[in-house]
Design a protein around this ligand. Structure first.
Ligand code: BES
Ligand code: MN
Ligand code: ZN
Length: 476
């Protein structure tokens, strides 16, 4: 990502953001440019971009339309990294948050090039004054890491490779990383991770990263790591299976957020738990009708082997919950129903805490990493009753699938002080500003900012005082 940043600003081409009413005044001294822009039909509508030449034919100025009204997309500059020819550019007058503008530019420049290299050289941006270079690179590179992991096809991103990526990240930040593999999962009491993963020739595993001082507040991230979801014996139809390399999007998002938190050395004891499996079809696959005993002791009847994510997450969440973390967050490409409810760009999230919900929504809005709260609607617990076990893994009703999956997970979270679950899509179906078509670790930037806001040592005033009081009370 750093290759899209330029060092010197002297020779940079200015990028001017234009409003429908006022852009012509600025071109008064450049009569030819004004005539050209008018003839071209430039109207300063949102995202419209026009290059204006000087007398030598060099690019003198880039005009970018902001559109009408106050609803300017904070990621609009993300459009420019691919729209502009090779060269060095600089924002003249971006009206929004400059840090987010640079992040958007970098995120828009991302390409997945493992199997085919990009040809054209890219545009580069001069860092605006006051923008922290280390911080924007931390965010952009962590998102790129998450995207790379998701974009990688399942033949090259199996349980071994995903766990190795987690291990490499831990090593880079001098964190501990323990990995429990195959039948060891049974000995260590992760029976549902084992059951879901045992049908594959590629053994299931649980990654457990621990970073920071044990005396710092405990923050735990859990991510669904299904490297490929065939549906299991309840096999998916072709259209449903096509994209299922992205079913480890939760794990990739947890790693992206962890990468930001560790790189910033936030004062938390961070733990990352990744249950990693391939939901495959084989002689040893788990079956519809099986009853699994979970780590927590609750028994689960399998109504559908395609509802596998909640099973592996349940064991990981139970482990996370055992040490009563201050904050427990899980990410998962858990249900198709989440996308039916809100579409691919707006992941639902669930939490019992109204305060945490408000904080999450507000940060998501501010950072253009949007989410929408859905309820943990308790009456729907009855919909996944089982006649022979503590619960079924699917509902008897076709409705509210994302809510039911969240309620299922919630049964394994009792002691964490606060818990939030993100049911992400992990993918951008068609390119948007700062979001090229393909993998997207949705909510990773949001969660980094959340952990920073809640636990950063630099926070002064009421927030910090409130935290101090709560902690004092808990020790009584
Ligand atoms: N990984 C899928 C959910 C999914 C599908 C996420 C498509 C994003 C896009 C999950 O494991 C799954 O198959 N869920 C089932 C649950 C059902 C069997 C209750 C679903 O959503 O259909
Ligand atoms: Mn599935
Ligand atoms: Zn799945």
């Amino acid at each position: 990502m750093r290759e899209f940043l330029a060092d010197g600003g002297a020779e940079a081409t200015p990028i001017r953001f234009a409003r429908p009413g006022g852009w012509k005044q600025g071109l008064k001294g450049l009569a030819a440019s004004l005539r050209f822009a008018e003839a071209y039909g430039f109207d300063a509508s949102a995202g419209k971009t026009l290059l204006l030449p000087d007398v030598k034919g060099e690019i003198a100025l880039v005009l970018v339309g902001l559109g009408k009204g106050d609803e300017i997309d904070p990621l609009l500059p993300g459009k420019l990294s691919s729209a502009l020819p090779k060269g060095v550019y600089q924002f003249e007058d971006w009206p929004g948050d400059p840090e987010l503008a640079v992040i958007a530019f970098l995120l828009g420049a991302y390409r997945f090039e493992r199997y085919r290299k990009r040809s054209a050289e890219a545009a580069r941006l001069v860092l605006p004054d006051g923008v922290d270079r280390a911080r924007i690179l931390r965010i952009a590179e962590s998102v790129a890491l998450g995207r790379d992991l998701i974009n990688m096809p399942a033949n090259d991103m199996g349980p071994v490779e995903l766990a190795a990526a987690a291990q490499a990240l831990a090593t880079r930040h001098k964190a501990k990383c323990a990995i429990t593999i195959g039948d060891e999962l049974l000995k260590a009491n992760f029976p549902m991770i084992h059951a879901v993963g045992r049908g594959s020739a590629r053994a299931p595993r649980l990654v457990d990263i621990q970073f920071g001082k044990s005396s710092d507040p405990k923050v735990t991230l859990v991510g669904k790591g299904v490297v490929f979801d065939t549906g299991g014996l309840d096999i998916k139809p072709p259209a449903g299976m096509l994209m299922m390399k992205k079913d480890m999007g939760g794990a990739a998002t947890a790693l992206a957020a962890a990468s930001m938190i560790m790189d910033a050395r936030l004062p938390v004891r961070l733990r990352v738990l990744l249950p990693i499996v391939e939901n495959a079809i084989g002689g040893d696959s788990f079956r519809p009708g099986d009853v699994l005993k979970s780590r927590k002791g609750l028994t689960v009847e399998i109504g559908n082997t395609d509802a596998e994510g909640r099973l592996i997450l349940a064991d990981a969440l139970a482990l996370a919950d055992e040490e009563s973390p201050e904050l427990l967050i899980d990410f998962a490409t858990l249900t198709g129903a989440a996308r039916v409810a809100l579409g691919p760009d707006l992941p639902p999230f669930f939490t019992r805490s109204d305060k945490l919900a408000a904080q999450i929504s507000q940060i998501g809005d501010r950072l253009a990493d949007p989410v929408w709260r859905l309820p943990l609607w308790r009456p729907y617990h009855a919909l996944f009753d089982s006649k022979i076990a503590d619960m079924n893994n699917v509902s008897s009703s076709p409705f509210a699938g994302s809510v039911i999956a969240a309620l299922f997970l919630g049964r394994f979270v009792e002691k964490a002080r606060e818990w939030a679950h993100f049911d992400i899509f992990g993918w951008t179906p068609s390119t948007k500003n700062g979001r090229p078509e393909g993998a997207e670790p949705q909510t990773a930037r949001l969660v980094y900012a959340l952990v920073e806001e809640k636990f950063s040592a630099n926070i002064t005033g009421q927030a910090a005082q409130g935290k101090g009081l709560r902690r004092a009370r808990r020790t009584q």
